[in-house]
Ligand binder design. Structure first.
Ligand code: AVJ
Length: 321
């Protein structure tokens, strides 16, 4: 059974993008949130990133899910699995299979901003998981969504290390808001990339073949298409650096010359000085004790912590209470 619910008005994306541009590109320090990377081309490029030799998080997470999905399923007999930013739901299959075999899973609630991704993922899943009710939600998980009422324990999964895209205050707010949607005994399965040597981290976000650079520059093409802006992506370069104090990778698009970008649909012109940077994304890296403390502050108790063999990446399972 498949149903889909929209928590976003049809034009919500364009409206929110206009607001983000008006705010982010008129500030002294220019910035845009990373969620705008993911149009069809951007999602394709991200998929390519996950196959790069330098980009280890996807494989590390798959390794952990493959090795520990039975333990995950045994830890809590969930009725409903809610997945935030589910995308293709590809890695989720490991989890769905285990939760079906070792538990009581009846319902899968994938939440994503992309309706097309949700529809194609559900079509594929229904072929393999008969009797699983799939209730997809088209929603932006950062700006509020409602989990349909559940009749038993729920597990919320937030995989891929995407929580690393949030600044610390946003993380605290996000964790508290999902905690508020949960009942005592409900669980959170969280994927987090770990702090490691700078060279490995920088290479993961600035690969030699330039796929990550193309992924970031695609943001400029999104602005050209959605807002009729006139960026020439070639006039910017992708920059990734390790901020050792904050323990996150910072990514920017650096203007290769002085230029002015026009947004006729917004009545806006944006000057860039030569070498001026547009901040596009952070990807925070974590340590076990930091995660435990952030979860505790939101009302979660960390129960399990699994890493890949090389200890690059962690999955944690926490419960409310
Ligand atoms: C999908 C947000 C987890 O931060 O590692 C990959 C996005 N950006 N390469 C990450 C990303 C550049 C990715 N997340």
């Amino acid at each position: 059974m498949f149903t889909i619910t929209r928590h976003l008005p049809i034009n919500a994306a364009t409206t929110a993008l206009r607001e983000d541009v008006l705010q982010g590109l008129t500030a002294a320090q220019k910035s845009l949130p990373p969620k705008w990377f993911y149009d069809a081309r951007g999602s394709e490029l991200f998929e390519e990133i996950t196959h790069l030799p330098e980009y280890y998080p996807t494989n590390a997470e798959r390794e952990i899910l493959a090795a520990h999905s039975t333990e995950i399923a045994a830890a809590i007999a969930v009725h409903t699995l809610v997945e935030l930013g589910s995308g293709s739901s590809e890695k989720t299959r490991l989890l769905l299979t285990a939760l079906r075999e070792n538990g009581n899973l009846r319902r899968y609630v994938p939440v994503d901003v992309s309706e097309s991704a949700l529809r194609s993922a559900a079509t594929g899943l229904l072929k393999n998981y008969q009797n699983l009710a799939i209730h997809a939600l088209v929603a932006d998980f950062q700006s509020g969504f409602v989990v349909p009422p559940t009749d038993g324990p729920m597990m919320l999964a937030f995989l891929g290390g995407t929580i690393g895209n949030f600044f610390p205050d946003e993380r605290a707010h996000f964790l508290a808001s999902i905690r508020d949607m949960s009942q005592p005994g409900d669980a959170l399965l969280l994927g987090t990339d770990l702090v490691k040597d700078e060279q490995t981290l920088v290479a993961a976000y600035n690969d030699v073949t330039g796929v990550t650079a193309a992924f970031h520059k695609n943001l400029l093409s999104v602005l050209n298409r959605e807002l009729a802006a006139d960026f020439n992506p070639e006039m910017f370069e992708h920059v990734a650096l390790w901020n050792a104090e904050s323990e996150w990778i910072e990514m920017r698009l650096r203007s290769l010359r002085q230029q002015t970008i026009n947004f006729p649909t917004l009545g806006l012109s944006v000057p860039f000085a030569r070498d001026e940077e547009l901040r596009t994304e952070i990807s925070a890296k974590f340590r076990k004790e930091g995660i435990r403390a952030e979860l505790a502050a939101a009302g979660y108790t960390l129960k399990y912590w699994w890493t890949d063999v090389a200890e690059r990446y962690a999955l944690s399972l926490s419960v409310v209470g």
